[in-house]
Design a protein around this ligand. Structure first.
Ligand SMILES: Cc1cc2nc3c(=O)[nH]c(=O)nc-3n(C[C@H](O)[C@H](O)[C@H](O)COP(=O)(O)OP(=O)(O)OC[C@H]3O[C@@H](n4cnc5c(N)ncnc54)[C@H](O)[C@@H]3O)c2cc1C
Length: 402
């Protein structure tokens, strides 16, 4: 394949984050090249549950809550703008999200969390009594003790968002090469010079590692942990009332689940997965045992779906960091080398990260919101004793103790 011999910025990875950065840079007439190993959205961006949850998890630190919300709220606004800007309808549906308590203790915890969040400035969040949740969300099983609810969360079609961003980047003359793996980032005298692809050198002033779960293969000085998740797609159903994303804990496992697409299929993503060793987290096939485990969760959460056919299952791998926040910004000691990886909740960040990374490049490191909370320096060459084997639930416990 013919590649350009040089350009201004190379983005490695054609997922939603890479495409979002490419779009913003190309829009500003920057000469951008994207290299994607497989195809656009072939990584986590085409394999996820579609949930847009602005504040996931059960973080109780008011400072961290306030900080995270600054970015995700801005992302919410930008997603609305993208619905107008992109040629693709990426099916953004603000149908709210629930974090559900199935026992009294959890309900008390969530109620306390809502208080903490509200004091931290999160005026939108509310605690709903179980009976109210059951009325709002009839597909859910009965016996709910309460829920943390955010009305402006919802879901979108991640394939369409990623392809929409790629198409818009191309329209502004970004060059996107699929089936093209970057083998190495080239550095000379503490300055990035380009990348090596299929034995060829492509020179650039800026290189952005947006490969998420694969990021540490190219920039090992930042340890991004791969985390595999499974999703399931049902046959088409008539419209479900409140097809909202939910977070919950079932039999000790953290579960993120459900979205109904415009075409009527229900995606149940982020289900229970068996603990695996690091390398096995890249496996994208799904075992019969996992399908059975996942369908049992669906039946427990949504009894009305117990007779519905599952037509497809898949697995994907996302990137994970010790504080749950992505690494975005310059990698220390190499001029021109940036990373934007470690996204386990990509949809809550995709638009704002594209904007901030492009601003960093276009305005000499100046950004409209500080990149400090995501500074890659916080994990630079830091050895993290990740638990092995692991899954989402084990990592959530590990983080609590860190
Ligand atoms: C099953 C599942 C459910 C999920 N559910 C949700 C959800 O509901 N809501 C949410 O917000 N998030 C969810 N996520 C996480 C979300 O998908 C990610 O946060 C998001 O897609 C990250 O986007 P990305 O562009 O950083 O990574 P990816 O989409 O993984 O993109 C990275 C790309 O880099 C490419 N690549 C790797 N190495 C190289 C190389 N050497 N050269 C060139 N290209 C390379 C890969 O092929 C890949 O396409 C889920 C993830 C999974 C797997």
């Amino acid at each position: 394949m013919e590649f350009p011999s040089n350009c201004e910025a190379i983005i490695i990875g054609g997922g939603m984050i890479g495409c979002s950065i490419a779009y913003r840079l190309a829009q500003a007439d920057y000469d951008v090249v994207v290299f994607e190993w497989r195809n656009i959205a072939s990584g986590a961006s085409g394999r996820n549950g579609g949930q847009v949850i602005q504040l996931d998890g059960r973080d109780k630190d008011p400072n961290s809550i306030a900080r995270r919300l600054i970015y995700t709220k801005e992302n919410t606004k930008l997603l609305d703008e993208l619905t107008e800007e992109l040629d693709y309808d990426f099916e953004l549906n603000r149908c709210g999200s629930f974090d559900i308590a199935f026992n009294k203790k959890e309900a008390e915890e969530l109620n306390e969390l809502v208080e903490i969040q509200r004091k931290a400035g999160d005026k939108e969040i509310e605690f709903l009594e179980g009976k109210i949740v059951e009325k709002m969300f009839p597909m859910l099983r009965k016996g709910i003790y309460g829920a943390r609810y955010r009305p402006t969360d919802g879901n979108l079609e991640p394939f369409k968002l990623t392809f929409g961003l790629a198409k818009a980047a191309k329209k502004h003359k970004a060059r996107i090469y699929t089936r093209t793996k970057v083998d190495k980032i080239l550095i000379n005298n503490k300055e990035v010079t380009g990348v090596s692809v299929q034995g060829k050198t492509i020179k650039a002033k800026w290189v952005i590692n947006a490969t998420n779960a694969w990021a540490s293969f190219l920039t090992p000085e930042i340890d991004i942990l791969p985390l595999r998740q499974v999703a399931i797609l049902t046959e088409r159903l008539s419209p479900v009332e409140k097809p909202s994303p939910i977070e919950t804990v079932i039999e000790g496992d953290v579960i993120y689940t459900t979205t109904q697409t415009k075409s009527g299929n229900v995606i149940v993503g982020g289900l229970r997965t068996q603990p695996r060793f690091r390398n096995d987290h890249y496996k994208e096939d799904v075992s019969l045992e996992e399908i059975q485990g996942s369908t049992s969760i669906i039946t427990k959460l949504f009894p009305s779906l117990s007779h519905v056919n599952i037509i497809r299952t898949w697995a994907g791998t996302m990137g994970f960091t010790p504080d749950g926040l992505p690494c975005v910004g310059p990698i220390p000691n190499v001029k021109g080398l940036l990373i934007a990886a470690g996204f386990s909740n990509g949809m809550a960040n995709v638009a704002i990260i594209g904007k901030l990374v492009s601003e960093y490049i276009l305005h000499n490191g100046k950004t409209s919101l500080p990149l400090d909370p995501f500074n890659p320096a916080r994990f630079y060459k830091r050895k993290i004793n990740w638990p092995e084997p692991y899954n989402y639930t084990i990592l959530a416990e590990f983080l609590k103790k860190l």
